[in-house]
Design a binder for this molecule. Structure first.
Ligand code: PGA
Length: 223
């Protein structure tokens, strides 16, 4: 049985108290409904400001969650005002999203910078989840995890078809050294299984539907 990765991508949402509530509600539903997380890696990708407290609450509740940052500095530590370095993030997270289309579009991040981020993440022991928007997006060398997220599907309620996502996933695996491919874009509890049952899809990146812990857990349960 393959391991499935389900990633909550909160984007630029939630305060510390909202994060605490999300984790408590997640814990409550998980236990009350006895939802099995066997063969599932659950990752929550949140803002830098939330990482420390989320770690603290999650370990108090003994939740089997991993955390991801949503961005990383393309530079090492030093004179880069406003940036958060890989070394700093590593204290709170195991994973980092790199190359999400919202960063490419709104912050003009290009391949060269994204590849530097991947390099630094790896150097400091963070696992990059490299986002691509289609089969023509360049994938850096030695990346293990790629999330395929077509722009038309993000936040629109209009997901790609599982067949098309599978085709891209297969193409990426055949043409690069990537080991795991996630699908992202309008994933819900109703459509998750159609994606995760595809042989080359190893997980999902869930944006809007991850903000409510109950909705997110339904996705996890149905995956
Ligand atoms: P969505 O976002 O689930 O709201 O479509 C996915 C993402 O951008 O990671």
């Amino acid at each position: 049985m393959k391991t499935l990765f389900i990633v909550a991508n909160w984007k630029s949402n939630k305060t510390i108290s909202e994060t605490e509530k999300w984790l408590h509600d997640f814990d409550e539903k998980l236990k009350r409904e006895n939802i099995s997380l066997e063969n599932k890696e659950i990752i929550v990708s949140l803002s830098f400001t939330l990482l420390e407290h989320a770690n603290y609450c999650s370990s108090n509740l003994k939740l089997p969650l991993k955390f991801a940052a949503q961005n990383i500095s393309p530079f090492e530590e030093g004179a880069y005002t406003g940036e958060v370095s890989a070394k700093q993030i590593k204290e709170f997270a195991d994973y980092v999203l790199i190359g999400h289309s919202e960063r490419r579009k709104n912050f003009l991040e290009r391949d060269e910078m994204l590849f530097k981020k991947v390099e630094l993440a790896k150097q400091y022991g963070l696992i990059p989840i490299f986002c691509i928007q289609g089969k023509d997006t360049k994938v850096p060398k030695d990346v293990e995890i790629v999330a395929y997220e077509p722009v038309f599907a993000i936040g629109t309620g209009n997901p790609d078809t599982p067949e098309s996502a599978e085709k891209i996933a297969n193409y990426i695996k055949v043409n690069t050294g990537v080991r795991y491919i996630f699908y992202g874009g309008s994933v819900t509890s109703a459509n998750i299984k159609k994606f995760t049952k595809m042989p080359n899809i190893d997980g999902a990146l869930v944006g809007g539907a991850s903000l409510d812990p109950r909705k997110f857990l339904e996705i996890v349960a149905n995956a």
